[in-house]
Structures are given as C-alpha cells and as structure tokens.
Design a protein around this ligand. Structure first.
Ligand SMILES: *Cc1c(COP(=O)(O)O)cnc(C)c1O
Ligand code: SF4
Length: 347
C-alpha cells in the first residue's frame, strides 16, 4: 500500500518561504540540532512529540531550516521529515545490516581516498554534512579518523599524483560543499595542477538542503576551472526542489556546471511510481538529469527504509513504461569487490 503522503507533491507556488539569512554559514549555525526543535517548528505539540521521539543511535539530528520549511506542518508522514527524524526502527538489530556493508575500509589506500573504480577516485574533502540523513550509508563512517586538515589533503593529492590512471576526482565526504569557499578553492587549485586530471566531480546535497551555499564566487570558480565540472546533487523527493533550489541550479547552469542527481530508493519516502515520476520531472525542469537511483545498502539502523531489489526493479519498469527514457534513472547497487556499481535492468 502506498502511503498517501508519499505520492502528494506540493505545487511550487504553495511552498511558503519566510526569509532566511543570506549567508549559508549563518544558516548552518542556526540549523535544527534536536528532533524537538524540528518538530516544534512543524507545530507538533509536546504530547505529539513524545509519541514521535526515538533514540538517535548516536547519529545526531541536523536539519537546515531551508530544508525544514519544505515539510508539511503537523504531518508525521511527511517524506522530507522522515529522511531526517530518528525513528524507532533505527533500533532494529539484524545481523545482515552492518556498519560498513560496502567494505570501504578495505579500499581506503589511506585516510581520505577511496580508489575502487578505474579512472576515478573519491577524495573525502570534508568530514561533515549540512544535514544528517537517517538512511546514510556513511552514518557509521569513522569521520573523526578522517578529519580533513589541510595537511592531510596533501597526502591524498600525492596519492593522486602517483596514479596517472586517475582522470577524474570526485569530491565527496561528508559533503565537500560544507567546506568554506577559500578551503574548497585551495583544494580545487591543487587538483587542477595535477596534469592527468581531466574532470572534477562534486557529490553534494547542499544545493538541495541549503541552496544559499551556491554562491556567485563558487559558480565563477567552477566556470574558470581548467577541469570539466560536474555537480551530482542528491534529492529524493520532488518537495525538496522548491524555488530556492531552482535558483541555485539556474546560477550553476549559467556558469556551465553540468548537473546530475542521485537518489536513494527509500521505503516511506519515494518507493512508488508517482513519487519518482514527479521527482524526475521536477529535476529535469531544474536542468538536472536523473543519474542514479541507489538501492539501499544493508546499513545498521536503516532497515525501516529498506526496499528489495525486486521491488526496485518493478518500480523502475513502471517508470520506463510511462516516461521518456532520459527521465528514468539507472537502478544501481554498490557491491563489494566489483569493478563498478552493479546496474539492474527493470523487471
Ligand atoms: C560511486 C562511486 C564512484 C563513482 O562511480 P560512477 O559510476 O562513475 O558514478 C567512484 N568511487 C566510488 C568509491 C564510488 O562509490
Ligand atoms: S548528505 Fe549525503 S553523506 Fe551526508 S548524511 Fe546525507 S546522505 Fe549521508
């Protein structure tokens, strides 16, 4: 059965925006850091909150107001709320769900680099994010060990210099756009100086959850970069893509940054045709091409979001039957020891 709320998408014009500080760093400081703050902002009474609160299992709540404002007040099933609110389901213990299902620790040649696939390497540019997504496969990642001091980038950069087969650097994290512009520009300049690198890819959820991060300075730096720049954003539901996000995307596109999206297929949030169709259509309107739809990983504490491979394939088959081919994302799963992500055809 499809929960009604997951299929309803607010028209852009209905999403209300009270003014937020222009400076994204101020917004980040003012983000909600407890479920109570978040739920109070959505109008839930103390009584209702008591029923909704659950242990956060050591993964703290973090939600920028720009994201919270797109949630429907008084709706405990809101698909944006459920991505960030600790739920009782996080306490479910299942031995097939563990802390490092992708065995990334094994492919970490040194702290800060994941070099698993040919031609491209992930550089962990920042240890933190602007939002904490409850389904995150990195929720157990030892970020404190990976704390990125400038001097540590140097190690990662030397590794890249010594591997001429790497042509593309993927800035990941955490969230690389959680760095300030001066920090990020320093890193980009260093990568640009490595002759065998051709492309710079940034994986970030900030353009979606805190779109004011897309400063003019950032766009200009990416446009002036020697490398071809691709920004892969992360949105899971059309309601995330309100007018402030559209403006950030417009600015990026004006500065010739290619935009792609990756989503995670999540129970309670987007695991139905109507939600994913609306998401793809809205992404395309914003100039973002749907890229990947990730099957959820077996991450401890995320079983309540799990969607099976078979269900994923069935939903993508439904999408393919009624949508333009370029609006249908590739259904993928990351499996340890493979040469690339595993692509699953619709069934
Ligand atoms: C997903 C991923 C990439 C990028 O893979 P593409 O298929 O090129 O998008 C690179 N390295 C790692 C470790 C990844 O998980
Ligand atoms: S923004 Fe990405 S890396 Fe950060 S918590 Fe969310 S899913 Fe995980």
């Amino acid at each position: 059965m499809i929960p009604q709320s997951a299929t309803q998408v607010e028209p852009l014009s209905l999403i209300k925006h009270t003014s937020l500080p222009e400076d994204w760093r101020v917004q980040l400081r003012e983000a909600y850091r407890t479920p109570q703050q978040l739920l109070s902002s959505l109008g839930f009474s103390a009584e209702q909150q008591k029923l909704m609160l659950a242990d956060d299992q050591g993964f703290t709540t973090l939600v920028p107001k720009a994201f919270a404002k797109k949630m429907r007040p008084h709706d405990p099933t809101d698909p944006l709320l459920l991505q960030v609110l600790p739920q009782a389901g996080e306490a479910i213990v299942d031995p097939s769900f563990n802390d490092d299902p992708l065995e990334e620790a094994r492919f970490n040649p040194m702290p800060g680099i994941v070099h698993k696939y040919q031609g491209r390497a992930l550089l962990i540019a920042a240890g933190h994010c602007a939002i904490n997504c409850r389904y995150c496969f990195r929720r157990h990642y030892p970020y404190s060990d990976q704390k990125r001091a400038r001097s540590e980038w140097q190690q990662s950069l030397s590794y890249i210099e010594q591997h001429p087969d790497i042509e593309e650097i993927i800035l990941s994290g955490g969230d690389p756009l959680a760095l300030t512009d001066p920090q990020l520009f320093e890193l980009i300049t260093a990568i640009e100086a490595i002759p065998h690198i051709k492309r710079l890819r940034i994986h970030s959820r900030l353009p979606i959850v805190l779109p004011q991060r897309i400063t003019l300075e950032l766009c200009q730096r990416l446009e002036n970069c020697r490398l071809t720049c691709v920004l892969v954003v992360h949105a899971n539901h059309a309601n995330e893509l309100a007018i402030d996000v559209a403006q950030a995307c417009e600015r990026l596109r004006q500065h010739k940054v290619q935009l792609l999206n990756q989503s995670v297929l999540l129970a309670q949030i987007n695991d139905n045709l109507a939600s994913l169709k609306k998401l793809s259509e809205r992404l395309f309107d914003l100039g973002i091409m749907p890229y990947y739809l990730h099957l959820p990983d077996h991450v401890a504490g995320t079983k309540h979001f799990f969607v099976s491979l078979e269900r994923g394939q069935a939903i993508v088959a439904q999408m393919q039957a009624c949508m333009s081919g370029y609006l249908v994302p590739k259904l993928v799963r990351e499996e340890p020891g493979k040469l690339s992500k595993t692509l699953y055809s619709p069934a």
